[in-house]
Design a protein around this ligand. Structure first.
Ligand SMILES: [Zn+2]
Length: 175
């Protein structure tokens, strides 16, 4: 490993395709439970099945490798409401998102607090945190969260807005 201050060429220089990116370090996370209370009625509900989800997290700039979280989670069936729900993972990521909350927060801060343009924010995230987020996605996050003043409001608006925008993106295949 190179010492501090030593010049290292960016290993990703010239990479134009996402498949050419270095292999991520993978960390496993479990949100797998036998029973969970139903979020609607509170009824204790047994696990019905399991699911897996990959989240892109902030990577390691020293090793130059991105980081992914593989989340194993339980899916439960509430016999009262007759509906399925997933074990709560909102501490890790907003529902439907492919990125951890840490990535969303870091990206939004780099624009809102550091004043970076979206394309520069995309580059800074890759350079400093080894996570690739298309700048249009960052823009969606910021626009969804930046309208209201307070941090709590911003978080709530952001969650809803991010969901809405991710839904839109999926349907339209914009990015
Ligand atoms: Zn229920």
């Amino acid at each position: 490993m190179p010492g501090p201050g030593e010049y290292r060429p960016d290993a990703t220089e010239g990479i134009t395709h996402i498949d050419d990116l270095p292999e991520p370090n993978v960390s496993l996370r479990s949100r797998d439970y036998r029973r969970r209370p139903c979020p609607r009625c509170g009824h204790s509900s047994y696990r019905d099945s399991r699911g897996r989800r990959t989240l892109h997290d902030l990577g390691d700039p020293l090793t130059g490798r991105p980081r992914d979280l593989r989340v194993l989670y339980s899916r439960h069936f509430c016999s009262r409401c007759r509906r399925y729900f997933n074990a709560d993972m909102t501490d890790l990521a907003h529902p439907g998102s492919h990125y951890t909350r840490r990535v969303v927060d870091t990206a939004v801060r780099s624009v809102v607090e550091d004043g970076l343009p979206y394309r520069a924010a995309e580059w800074a995230l890759w350079r400093d945190h080894r996570v690739f987020v298309p700048y249009a996605t960052i823009q969606n996050w910021v626009e969804a969260g930046g309208e209201k003043g307070g941090a709590a409001d911003r978080d709530r608006t952001s969650r809803l807005g991010t969901l809405r925008l991710l839904g839109l993106r999926r349907r339209r295949r914009v990015v």
